[in-house]
Design a protein around this ligand. Sequence first.
Ligand SMILES: *[C@@H]1O[C@H](CO)[C@@H](O)[C@H](O)[C@H]1NC(C)=O
Ligand SMILES: *[C@@H]1O[C@H](CO)[C@@H](O)[C@H](O)[C@H]1NC(C)=O
Length: 160
Amino acid sequence: MGWRIMSIYLSAILLCVSAENKPNSPYEALQQYKFPAGLLPEGVTSYTLNESSGEFSAHLNGSCSFTLENSYELRYEPVMKGLISRGWLKKLSGVSVRVVLLWLDVVEVKRNGESLEFSVGFKSADFPVENFEECPRCGCGFDCGNGDGKVGVLGNWLSS
Ligand SMILES: *[C@@H]1O[C@H](CO)[C@@H](O)[C@H](O)[C@H]1NC(C)=O
Ligand SMILES: *[C@@H]1O[C@H](CO)[C@@H](O)[C@H](O)[C@H]1NC(C)=O
């Protein structure tokens, strides 16, 4: 592993600390199921996971939104829930994406190799897994250091 990769990896770990700093965090739980930690924003205050049924929930202090690839605005409600299995998070609730003026519920996230497919039921969009190695921060998302994290042009969620 090169140093650059290694340091990106280490900073991803450091950035994904949960508020309570438990050794076993929801971010680690996601990774056990082959999801990147950055599928959840920073600041999860508590979470539950039933390993036999796959029921997963994560709690935030408030709702949290940020932009993804300068195009999509994602929003997490204070409680997000779903059924998790290896590379497949289904029956999601509490996560939505803004498409033009509408907020649509993200119902499923699947890992297909090196991409993550977010589905709103009738449409889906793929994003590289590596974009989610760091946890997004509420407000500025993945781009907190550079740029102002404004919502850019609307993506092609519906036109793809
Ligand atoms: C959540 O809210 C409580 C009470 O307002 C506050 O003490 C705590 O620091 C907050 N946690 C995070 C992660 O923002
Ligand atoms: C976990 O899921 C199993 C299987 O659905 C269920 O029997 C069990 O009661 C659940 N445990 C908790 C703590 O909810």
